[in-house]
Design a protein around this ligand. Structure first.
Ligand code: COI
Length: 354
């Protein structure tokens, strides 16, 4: 069957949903019945198709595996209590996807494939959207270079895909964070602002070292002075100091322009906080902590939503927080969840009906 916007649909026979429960799901382990696939060949996108979720047959020489021309996005879909499905701010992710594509010398994906394809795919797998606290349907669009040539050059062919994963919380408990001074995630002029697959692979070693020391994640610092805060694990990071919420700015292109980050800025302002996007040094953070003014530290991300940080270790200095007493991060999380699940007015037009 061919749907309106030219995306072919081939439906799965039996639904795998019969085999799993949508309660207490781990992050990203189960996938729905269908996936979307499209090919970039001879300078144009073609073969857009929704089909049963299945393994891919790849030639071992496929370029993405060798040189990492691969990007992705993370988006979430929710259900309200009437059972209607909504996607949270997908147009922002669509725009960011194509910004990542440009930086990685990949073709942009047209809106009809990315947005309409996503919508159609979710319509088909709507029953997979969990309705439970901290649960949602995680949407993973991605693109990779598919030339079967191992010369180092931009590929001529690409594959764009979307897969869906019913999912639970990413970081389930308040986190202990190691301030990383040796390894770096991003440099000005680099790819830190892009959602490039390699950014995540490159973070694993430092994260494993921090885990060996008993920490959950690292707080990335700037590459030159190891002084200014960038991101935390796979998240943007916020510091509530007095009545001001501070988060690193996007000027140098070293951090991701997070959709949850932007949403948090908007909601924190609505709560009455002054919000500053600016360079923030570890020295300033420590001074605020010593003065008793560093009230809360939390990460924001699509997968993580809002994750509280209960400990920050910088060199030998340990900052600990009694997260049970916090008001801001829990309220921010509640407002976001309430908007997503239809219990709070969507006054910014963030929820995109499926
Ligand atoms: C997201 O928040 O969607 C991310 O990109 C984190 C992910 C790598 C799990």
């Amino acid at each position: 069957m061919i749907a309106a916007m030219g995306i072919k649909v081939q439906k799965a026979g039996r639904s795998k949903l019969q085999d799993i429960s949508l309660e207490n799901l781990p992050f990203g382990k189960y996938f729905t019945d269908h996936m979307l696939e499209a090919d970039f060949e001879n300078g144009e996108w073609k073969n857009a198709e929704i089909k049963p979720y299945q393994p891919m047959l790849l030639n071992p020489s496929v370029a993405a595996i060798h040189y990492g021309q691969a990007i992705f996005e993370g988006i979430k879909a929710y259900k309200n209590k009437e059972g209607d499905a909504f996607i949270f701010r997908p147009l922002d992710n669509f725009k960011r996807f194509n910004i990542s594509a440009e930086r990685m010398q990949m073709p942009g994906v047209p809106e009809e494939i990315f947005m309409d394809g996503m919508k159609q795919l979710i319509q088909l797998d709507k029953n997979w959207i969990p309705f439970k606290e901290d649960h949602s349907l995680y949407i993973r669009p991605f693109m990779f270079a598919s030339d079967e040539v191992i010369g180092v050059r931009p590929s001529d062919n690409y594959k764009f895909m979307i897969i869906l994963s019913p999912t639970g919380p990413y970081y389930s408990a308040p986190m202990r964070i190691y301030v990383e001074e040796k390894y770096v995630r991003a440099v000005p002029g680099g790819v830190g602002y892009a959602k490039a697959a390699g950014n995540y692979g490159a973070a694993l070693y430092a994260t494993a070292q921090a885990k060996k020391k008993g920490y959950d994640q690292v707080l990335w610092m700037d590459a030159f002075e190891h002084k200014y805060v960038q991101e935390c694990g796979t998240m943007n990071v916020f510091f509530v100091i007095g009545n001001t919420a501070i988060t690193p700015d996007l000027e140098q292109g070293t951090i991701l322009d997070g959709v949850t980050r932007q949403s948090s800025i908007t909601l924190l302002k609505e709560m009455g906080f002054a919000v500053e996007e600016r360079p923030l040094s570890m020295d300033d953070i420590i001074d605020a902590y010593k003065a008793g003014l560093l009230y809360e530290v939390f990460g924001t991300g699509t997968a993580a939503t809002i994750s509280m940080i209960k400990e920050l270790r910088y060199k030998d200095f340990v900052m600990q927080f009694d997260v049970e007493k916090w008001k801001t991060a829990p309220l921010l999380k509640k407002w976001l969840t309430d908007i997503r699940e239809g219990r709070r007015e969507d006054k910014y037009g963030w929820m995109y009906p499926v």
